[in-house]
Design a protein around this ligand. Structure first.
Ligand SMILES: [Zn+2]
Ligand SMILES: [Zn+2]
Length: 182
């Protein structure tokens, strides 16, 4: 299986790695494999460093103040990690690589994350990368919903926030009621 850079796989992998940073090279390799990404070389501590730096830059993209700043930060990531696109069939089917051949896994992942994020944003919408709206949750997610209005990282956070807003609403009513009684 090969990650499709046009799909949501690359940006979802970036969010997963950014939310819970890999601590060892072995962990990074395992989590890439779990996401369906075939790496052709063993992952080294240098690769881990490269990916961690890429994730730092990527989080700044997530937290950008507006579309223009977001585009500028993505362009910077592309300039640092991506090469001109080329056709390859190394994994059995023809697809595009946006990088030079024979790159170590850290460079491959950086190119994949940069290009995947760029394609996600222009394909689905520049706003479709954000943090969870639940107050106590800062989890990053790529919004691949049909409407593009996903606010929470998970159903769990959506439910918890609904309960909180319901309680806040009731508290508001109570203070208004007591105001009337005065
Ligand atoms: Zn490939
Ligand atoms: Zn959340």
């Amino acid at each position: 299986m090969h990650l499709n850079p046009y799909g949501e796989d690359a940006v979802n992998l970036a969010a997963d790695l950014a939310n819970r940073r890999p601590v060892t090279a072995g962990e990074l390799a395992d989590r890439c494999r779990a996401a369906g990404l075939v790496l052709e070389h063993p992952v080294t501590p240098q690769d881990l460093d490269r990916v961690r730096a890429t994730l730092e830059a990527w989080v700044r993209v997530v937290d950008a103040a507006d579309d223009r700043e977001r585009a500028e930060l993505v362009n910077r990531m592309l300039a640092e990690s991506a090469g001109h696109p080329r056709l390859t069939d190394h994994a059995g089917g023809w697809h595009l690589h946006y990088r030079d051949d024979r790159q170590p896994p850290g460079a491959v992942l950086s190119a994949l994350i940069s290009v995947g994020t760029a394609l996600h944003l222009v394909g689905r919408g520049m706003h479709r990368l954000r943090r969870c709206a639940a107050g106590e949750c800062a989890t990053i997610f790529a919004d691949t919903s049909r409407t593009g209005r996903q606010r929470y990282c998970s159903q769990r956070c959506a439910n918890r926030d609904a309960v909180r807003r319901h309680r806040a609403g009731r508290a508001g009513n109570r203070s208004r009621d007591s105001g009337k009684a005065d």
